[in-house]
Design a protein around this ligand. Structure first.
Ligand code: ZN
Length: 432
C-alpha cells in the first residue's frame, strides 16, 4: 500500500465513522444529517420532495423520525434500548407505549436464531406496524410474563430527502454514480458506498473531463424512483452508470452487469477488474438487489450496473449488527476507490480515432516514433505492438477499448500508443 492510499483510506474510514451512529431510514432527519456530512466534502445539492408527491407508480411516503425506543421489564429496567444501537428498532415503527405479555411481544420481536449474538436489521416501511430487533440470546433470556414497550416516533407529512451533484464535462453525456443512504448503523451496506462515492466525485471534479458526472445519494428504491420521476429530461443523457454498494469489506470484487449485459460500462468494468484484481466475479443482471432495478427497468433500460465487493445477501454479516466498523477496512475502501477511478477514466478516455491515411503502415522511424517507443519502454510505456494495433484499428469504428480487447492489451497501453500517434499526426479523433 502506498502512502497516498493509506491517507485516502483513512479519509474514507473517517467518513464511515462519522456516519455510523446516525439513524437513517428512507426519510427523516437521519438522511438529512448524513447528506450534511457528505456536503462537508462536496457541494451537494439537497432536494426535499413532499409527502404524497406522485412518483412513477408510487408516492412519496410520510416522513419517519424516531427519538427513543426501549423494552423495559416491569421493574423499569431497560433491556433493549434504541440509544445503544439503532438496529433495535424496526425502521418506520409506529409510536407505542403499552404493557404487553411476552407472547404478544413475541409477535413484534425479530431475532436470528442461527446467529444468536447478532441483532438483525428490519424495516416496515409501508406496513403501519412496529417491532424490535434483538439478539436471540437476549430474547431467550427474557422470561417475564409481561414487558413495557415505548416507541417515541413520528410518522407524518414531511418530505423525502436526496442529494445530488452534477459535475459538468465538455459533453452533456453523463455518467451516473449512485449510492443508497437509507440504512441505519450498517457500515458496508450503505456507508462504504457513500464514502467511496463522495471521494470518487472529488477525484472526477479535479480531473479534465470529456463526460459529465452525476453523483446521487438517495434512499433505496423510492429515492431512485423519485429521482427518475423528476428527471425525465436527464435520463436520455445517461450513457453509463454504476450503483455502489458494499465496497468496504475485504472480499473480492463483484460486478453485476446492467440489464443490457454488453453495455460499454459492463465491458469497461470487466476490463479494469481483469487487469487490477486477482479475483473478481461478473454476475448477470437480475431484477433484485439495489437501484439498478429501477434504472434498468424496461421503460428506461439504462446501462447501469452494480459495483460491489461482497454482494448483498451473501456474507454472514449482511443486514445484521455485525455489518459494523470491523467489517470495513480503509485499504479495501481505498482499493475500491482506485478501481472505480480507473473505470471512470477508461469511460472518459475511450475515444474513437481514424487514420488520416490508412493505406499501408506509416513509416514510424521518419516520425520519431521508434525513438519514442524505445525511450518509453523502460518506463513500461508504449510497445511497438500497441502502436501497430492502434494504427490498424483506427478506422473510425473501433474505440480504444475495442482495440484493447482485440489486442488483449491493457486500455492504458493502447491509450498511450494512441496519444503518441495522434501527436505524430497519424490519427484524428473521429465523430461518433
Ligand atoms: Zn441493504
Amino acid at each position: 500500500m502506498t502512502e497516498g492510499q493509506s491517507s485516502v483510506g483513512g479519509d474514507l474510514f473517517g467518513m464511515v465513522l462519522d456516519l455510523y451512529p446516525i439513524n437513517r431510514s428512507i426519510t427523516g432527519d437521519g438522511v438529512r444529517q448524513t447528506l450534511a456530512r457528505i456536503a462537508q466534502d462536496i457541494p451537494l445539492q439537497l432536494h426535499e420532495v413532499p409527502t404524497g408527491t406522485p412518483v412513477l407508480d408510487w408516492e412519496v411516503p410520510r416522513e419517519w423520525n424516531a427519538r427513543a425506543a426501549r423494552i423495559e421489564d416491569m421493574q423499569g429496567r431497560i433491556l433493549v434500548d434504541f440509544a445503544d444501537n439503532n438496529l433495535h428498532l424496526v425502521s418506520y415503527s409506529m409510536p407505542v407505549d403499552r404493557v404487553l405479555s411476552r407472547d404478544e411481544l413475541a409477535r413484534h420481536v425479530h431475532t436470528l436464531p442461527d446467529q444468536p449474538a447478532l441483532v438483525p436489521y428490519r424495516t416496515a416501511y409501508y406496513a403501519e406496524s412496529w417491532g424490535f430487533c434483538l439478539s436471540h440470546a437476549l430474547w431467550e433470556s427474557m422470561r417475564d410474563e409481561s414487558y413495557r414497550v415505548v416507541i417515541d416516533a413520528s410518522l407524518e407529512p414531511g418530505s423525502l430527502t436526496y442529494g445530488e451533484w452534477l459535475i459538468p464535462g465538455e459533453s452533456a453525456d453523463e455518467v451516473l454514480i449512485s449510492a443508497h443512504c437509507c440504512h441505519p448503523s450498517l457500515a458496508n451496506d450503505n456507508l462504504s458506498g457513500l464514502a467511496v462515492a463522495t471521494h470518487l466525485a472529488r477525484r472526477m471534479a479535479s480531473r479534465k473531463r470529456r463526460l459529465s458526472y452525476r453523483f446521487l445519494f438517495t434512499p433505496a428504491t423510492v429515492g431512485a424512483i423519485t429521482w427518475l420521476a423528476r428527471n425525465e429530461d436527464v435520463v436520455p443523457r445517461i450513457r453509463h452508470g454504476l450503483i455502489l454498494s458494499c465496497v468496504g469489506d475485504r472480499g473480492g470484487f463483484h460486478y453485476k452487469q446492467s440489464r443490457q449485459g454488453d453495455a460499454l460500462v459492463d465491458r469497461a468494468v470487466a476490463h479494469v477488474l481483469k487487469l487490477r484484481s486477482p479475483s473478481y466475479s461478473l454476475l448477470p443482471f437480475g431484477p433484485f438487489g439495489y437501484d439498478e432495478r429501477q434504472y434498468c427497468s424496461p421503460g428506461y433500460n439504462l446501462p447501469v450496473g452494480c459495483f460491489m465487493r461482497s454482494p448483498n445477501g451473501t456474507f454472514p454479516e449482511y443486514h445484521t449488527s455485525a455489518d459494523n466498523l470491523d467489517l470495513v477496512s480503509p485499504e479495501a475502501m481505498a482499493d475500491s476507490l482506485d478501481t472505480l477511478t480507473a473505470i471512470l477514466e477508461l469511460l472518459d478516455d475511450n475515444r474513437l480515432y481514424e487514420r488520416l491515411d490508412g493505406r499501408g503502415e506509416p513509416q514510424l522511424g521518419r516520425r520519431g516514433l521508434y525513438r519514442a517507443i524505445s525511450g518509453q519502454k523502460e518506463a513500461g510505456g508504449v510497445t511497438q505492438l500497441a502502436l501497430l494495433w492502434v494504427l490498424n484499428l483506427a478506422d473510425g469504428r473501433h474505440t480504444l477499448l475495442d482495440m484493447a480487447e482485440r489486442a488483449q492489451m491493457s486500455f492504458g497501453e493502447i491509450k498511450a500508443a494512441a496519444d503518441l500517434v495522434a501527436e505524430a499526426g497519424l490519427i484524428l479523433e473521429a465523430a461518433r
